[in-house]
Ligand binder design. Structure first.
Ligand code: BG6
Length: 457
């Protein structure tokens, strides 16, 4: 008998700006990503892999692989072009078509409502999540989505990797913002994002009682560099700040005492309105979702707050001598994956859903128009082996496993060279070519894994 339940969900995950393209079509408003222009790689966010026009072809490829779930984010600006005013019917229709196509192929749509990108108007008018008006716009957008999609969508993720999303927002601040002001604004953003997540739970209760809402973090296990007590303390503090504080709020509906202490010691009071804390308390999440890419190590004399963890992840992940690394310096740690789901489940006793996992590699097609990506097969083989142990030996209640970028898409930094897919997309950073799709060797391997519900790895 399979280790995974028979309704265990298998599939993949993408975001709107990394996949869709069609940046100025279908009545979509401009977004913060559109405003970034051309990157240092010579790429931009305008066409991505053109999922907007090719979604049927892509969904057919996922269906052939046997996907039972697909997570994608909606572009807020396709639905509310300025983020808070008029509703754009054409944008809603596009997503409804995608959802209908998924359902026709027996693939469960898992809808993420915010993945780092927002209508530019909100950024310009209110400083993005700094303004409470942005939260009000988000609520209107979410209500529109939930009411429109009704029973078609059963799973919602309010904010992608919320613990990282706080910090992505913070990076938008002018570099000369004084440190104290930065900390104050961080607390404002954190509070508004938690209220936003809670609003999805409340709105689902009103308009889609069947739907389950999952708070999501980027979970990164933090290992002490040695068994020196100072290193252990630093690793624990970093893990609290980066991984657990957000999960605490999702699971318990309350700010944890260490976060309140941090704010208190820094003399910060987030802009709470009277009803905010009750609003959070009444919006505990139904499940906990996470992405997983790597673990990191920490020494006692290093800064161990969430920002410094995040900066190390995106700039210079530390090497762990026991682990191999990807070409981008990310440690490959399958046991860290087991620890991740085990930690989340043991602490919170809520079902766990892996939303993203994968390896980014610089690849090109061979003469047979495919890629022999045995390294990717090996990567997933090892990670899934650990996931099975987490279920069979640790008793973790797992809802599903979604891979990141099941088809090659732009990376978070807009780099097409960094490919995660089972399906190759024919374009480079600077040349859009014909955007044709080709199956890699791992395509058939993952198909077999899904067909056997994880028995055959
Ligand atoms: C996750 C993000 O943190 O990591 C994705 O949700 C991102 O948007 C993914 O693409 C992989 O990171 P990268 O930088 O390799 O694209």
């Amino acid at each position: 008998m399979s280790v995974f339940s028979k309704d265990f969900m298998w599939g993949g995950s993408v975001s709107s700006m990394q996949a869709e393209g069609a940046w100025d079509e279908g009545g979509k408003g401009l977004t913060t990503y559109d405003a970034k222009g051309t990157t240092k790689f010579g790429s931009d966010w305008k066409v991505a892999i053109d999922f907007y026009h090719r979604y049927k072809e892509d969904i057919a490829l996922f269906a052939e692989m046997g996907f039972t779930a697909y997570r994608f984010s909606l572009s807020w600006a396709r639905i509310l072009p300025d983020g808070e005013g008029e509703i754009n019917e054409e944008g809603l229709r596009f997503y409804e078509n995608v959802i209908d196509e998924l359902l026709r192929c027996h693939i469960e749509p898992v809808v993420c409502l915010y993945h780092f990108d927002m209508p530019l108007a909100l950024q310009e008018k209110y400083g993005g999540w700094i303004g409470r008006e942005t939260l009000e716009g988000y609520k209107k957008y979410v209500e529109t989505v939930i009411r429109r999609f009704g029973t078609k969508v059963k799973y919602y993720i309010p904010i992608n990797e919320q613990n990282a999303a706080f910090l992505v927002e913070l990076l938008q601040l002018p570099p000369d913002t004084p440190a104290e002001e930065r900390s104050r604004l961080q607390a404002v953003i954190v509070h508004h994002m938690f209220l936003a997540s809670a609003s999805v739970r409340h709105l689902a209760r009103n308009y889609a009682p069947h739907a389950k809402v999952g708070g999501m973090v980027n979970f990164t296990p933090v290992y002490p560099a040695t068994c020196r007590p100072e290193d252990i303390l630093a690793a624990q503090r970093a893990a609290r700040s980066y991984n657990y504080q957000a999960l605490d709020v999702f699971a318990h509906g309350e700010y944890p005492s260490d976060l309140l202490k941090e704010w208190d010691m820094a003399g910060i009071t987030p802009p709470m309105q009277q009803e905010d804390l009750a609003y959070l308390r009444q919006a505990k999440m139904d499940f906990l979702a996470h992405s997983y890419y790597m673990s990191i190590t920490m020494k006692g004399d290093e800064s161990s707050n969430g920002i410094s963890v995040f900066m190390r992840l995106i700039q210079n992940p530390p090497k762990n001598e026991y682990l191999q690394q990807t070409e981008w310096g990310w440690s490959i740690d399958p046991v860290g994956f087991r620890l991740t789901v085990k930690e989340i489940y043991e602490r919170y006793r809520l079902p766990v859903f892996t939303m993203e996992c994968g390896i980014g590699v610089d690849e090109s097609l061979n003469a047979q128009n495919t890629i022999e990506d045995d390294y990717r097969i090996n990567y997933f083989h090892e990670h899934l082996k650990q996931l099975k142990l987490a279920v069979s030996e640790d008793g973790v209640d797992m809802m599903g496993f979604l891979t990141w970028g099941p088809i090659d898409i732009l990376s978070s930094q807009c780099e097409m060279k960094k490919r995660y897919g089972f399906i190759y997309v024919n374009r480079t950073d600077t040349d859009l070519k014909d955007l044709a799709r080709y199956k890699k060797k791992s395509y058939d391997w993952f198909k077999k894994v899904i067909a056997s519900n994880g028995d055959e790895l």
